[in-house]
Structure formats: structure tokens, C-alpha cells
Design a protein around this ligand. Sequence first.
Ligand code: PBG
Length: 370
Amino acid sequence: MSIYPVRRMRRLRAAESLRSLVRETRLNPGQLVMPLFVRPGWRVREEIPSMPGNYHMSVDRIIEEAVRLEALGVGGILLFGLPEIKDHRASHSAAKHGIVQRAIRGIKKECQRILVITDVCLCAYMEHGHCGVAVREKGDNFRIDNDESVKLLAAMAVSHAQAGADIVAPSDMMDGRVAVMRQALDQNGCKNTPIMSYSAKFASSFYGPFRDAANSAPAFGDRKTYQMDPANGDEALREIEMDIQEGADIVMVKPALPYLDVIWRAKNRFGFPMAAYCVSGEFAMATAAAKMGWADRDAVVMEMLTCIKRAGADIIITYWAKEVAERLHEESAARLQDYRNLPEEMAEGDFQQEDESEEPGDVSGQPQDK
Ligand code: PBG
């Protein structure tokens, strides 16, 4: 490769038109997914204190929101439920008339294009807030039983799919859940429902605001016996590989920004459809910094999401999906408007003609009248 002074990297940075021409990564609304929280009630839209700009919505309000997101061309919504009842068997997780199931049916009635993706996890349905079935060992010690949990998760996925979910997304991190879920879906008339697996989900401290939002913080212990150690990259690839073998259609890394290396390695290794979840703590950092006046919110958001995509994510799950989709459309709408405002035929004098007087018989490309 040639070097300075022949090679000048700044040539292609000189103007936005040049930068745009060589830009490697672009966001588009169809690959953004907006998480939404559905709760019981009617006409309810309550802002979530830990996540400004996000709301707990009743089914009717969620439908409205889905209609808006669909109009914006957002690729999908990711549904989280706040059930009426929590117990130690997460019995409402697979209820035919559970909160998420009702929301799915309502949205599917009004929306044709936007994908309804459902988070499949027991934590919001368990009184103890863990993602699986807790079994008492000796004394006050509990363990989370893998295989019992997987059965409930599979039933939950089937009930979402039967209600009309377009994609089910297990986020529990139990072993083997993708295989069991695939089999259960196939046996229950849902063989074409894709699974988007939270394959490499880390035991992260970036989920704090979400746990307030979903009211799903564990009542005892933590999630480290099932979610991954943030220190492990090779293990993340093994998790992803196993989910692919078990039948996952889309694999996910979560959180996103601190784990770009995992996204990158997985995309390169497997060439599989990849999602990244830019989680509540990432949302909180940017939101709080902007509030303090320490960051330009819009610019930081675009940079974060663009870099997640650059690292290899096809799909980005983000609480900014709606506003980013709006912003992307605003740019192209303004462009289209400028274009449409141009007159059909441009008047003489609209353009400055080059002075050609000195050169008769010129060959500048202007057609000459004979
Ligand atoms: C449920 C679940 C969580 C998130 C998505 N699904 C919480 C957790 O695992 O504790 C986190 C999302 C976010 O922080 O934005 N298991």
C-alpha cells in the first residue's frame, strides 16, 4: 500500500458527500427492535421511573404503540409482560389469556408487518424473580432447577406462538432450552416459528433499570449460576454454537457495548443472523450523561448503535428504536421534499452557464443547435 504523500486518508473525509459515499455501516429502521412492557388494565400508560421515555402500557395502549412503530417501519417489538399474578411455578407464563398472550393477539389483529417477538423467561412470573424454578436445598439455600425450568419455558414459548407471536426469544439461559423449545413448537403446530435465542447473555450489572421496569429482580441470590461470567469470550462462542446446533434461527449477545468483541467473533465464526441487545443500563448511561449536560444525546445514541452494527450485529434491540427510526425517516423525508419542490422544468437562468465565448466549436458536451 502506498503511503504519504500519495496516500492521504483525509481526502475521503473532506465533505459529508464523500464520507457518505464510503460509509461502511448504516442503521435502518427495519433492523431495529423496540422492547415494550405490557401490564394489566385499560388506557394505562405510565412512565417507568428508571427508564425515562419508556412506559408500562395496558394492552390497548400497546396496540396503539405497535401501530405507530409499524408505520415507522421499525422491524419488530419485543414484548415483556407484567402479569397479574406471580407464584413459584410461573403459572401465568403459559396462560392462554395471560397478559402477553392477550397483547400478541391484539397487536396481530391490527398490524400485519411489524414482527411480534416475545421474551420467553420466567423471572417476571416467579414470586422470587429468578428465571427458572427454584428448589430448596438444605436450609435457606436454593438452586435453580434446569430441566424443570426448561419444560415451563417450552410451554411458555408454545403459548406465545399459538397466540400469534412471530418469533420467540428465550432469555433464561437454562441449558438445552432451545432444543426442547424447538421440539415443543414443532409438535404443537408451530414449526415455522423462529427462535431468537439470547445465546450469550451475561450476568451483567447493566440490567438494573430493567429489573425495576419488569419488577423482576431476584429476591435472593443472583443470576450467576445461569447467566454467563462477563469475563468469558470463548465460552460465549460455545454457548452460541450450541444454540445454533439446537436449532436457534437467530442468536443474540447481551448486553451490547461492553461485549462488541463477542459479537464480532460470533459473526465471523458462524456467519449467522445476529442480534445484539443494547440493554437498560446502556440506555441509562447515555440518558443520564445527557441529562447532566455531559453528552450530546442524539449523537451518542447514533454512535452507539452504529458501532454495535459495525461489530457484526444485524438486528439491534434498543429502547431508542422508535426515536432513531423517526430520525432516519426525517432525513430522507426532507431530502424527498427538496426533490419534489424542484420545478418540472428548470427555467433559463436557474443555472449559471459557463462562459464559452472564447471557444467556438467547443466540445464541452452541450448539444449544439445546427
Ligand atoms: C429477563 C430479561 C432481563 C432483560 C431482558 N430479559 C433481565 C435479567 O436477565 O435480569 C434485561 C433487559 C435490559 O436490561 O434492558 N430474563
